[in-house]
Design a protein around this ligand. Structure first.
Ligand SMILES: [Zn+2]
Ligand SMILES: [Zn+2]
Length: 243
């Protein structure tokens, strides 16, 4: 039970940073924030994503490429061009890493206005940091696991960030409902999405990529949008358009 609670907490904290900071802020610039708050969320992303820390800079570029080339041969991840989930995720990882290390030929238009903190990122992306978090997760399991089989869930903690990416990039491009006709294969994976904090309304998002609330119909609750409104009211961020 304690292991389950640990995974659930890790799942939501890590996912919150990915959807709020990496996706809605870095890739889409739905709101702005000061350099100080930007660094706070860099640090929070490292704390919550731990061993699977994703660079908001590299993620932003990768995701802008996905929107620009969704489901074409230039899309960094698409079920149309990969035979299974694992080959898609591996290809995504290779492209992500080469963007991070500056060896991928990125179009200039994808590099504009991205959060940067390269000294911190080099540390957070490095193996000392990743190794530290992996050892910490193993230690936490030794303290809370009540049976040996519970250790089979450890890889979920190790790879939390890519796991969230896989759910949306594979399943939300294959299954669910299509509300809006788009040129890509995006679907609204879940009718009410508390599991992926609103990311499942992927068809809505592909149709309206600048809209900070991913929900469209009355029942499509986006659990992150109230946080965005509160952060806006507290002047932590500034929404480009309040709706
Ligand atoms: Zn997509
Ligand atoms: Zn997006």
């Amino acid at each position: 039970m304690a292991v389950f609670i640990f995974i659930v907490i890790h799942w939501y904290l890590s996912l919150f940073c990915q959807t709020f900071f990496h996706h809605r802020y870095s890739a889409h610039r739905m709101f702005t924030m000061s350099k100080g708050w930007e660094r706070f969320f860099f640090f929070l992303s490292w704390l919550t994503q731990g061993s699977s820390y994703l660079s908001p800079y590299a993620y932003g570029i990768l995701h802008r490429m996905h929107h620009a080339y969704a489901d074409t041969d230039k899309d960094p991840h698409s079920p149309m061009y990969d035979s299974n989930l694992f080959t898609m995720m591996w290809r995504t990882k290779v492209i992500y890493s080469s963007i991070f290390h500056g060896t991928y030929p990125v179009e200039e238009r994808f590099k504009n206005n991205l959060p940067e903190w390269f000294t911190f990122e080099r540390f957070a992306e490095g193996w000392i940091s990743r190794g530290f978090w992996m050892v910490l997760y193993v230690f936490i399991y030794t303290q809370i696991a009540t049976s040996w089989w519970q250790y089979i869930f450890l890889p979920a903690n190790f790879l939390m960030g890519p796991l969230h990416g896989a759910v949306i990039n594979w399943f939300a491009h294959k299954y669910g409902k299509i509300t809006f006709k788009t040129k890509d294969t995006s679907h609204n994976l879940l009718p009410v999405d508390v599991l992926m904090l609103g990311e499942s309304y992927h068809n809505n998002h592909h149709r309206f990529p600048a809209k900070p609330n991913f929900g469209f119909k009355w029942f499509e609750i986006d659990p992150v949008y109230p946080f965005i409104r509160i952060f806006h009211a507290l002047k932590i961020i500034k929404l480009k358009r309040v709706m």
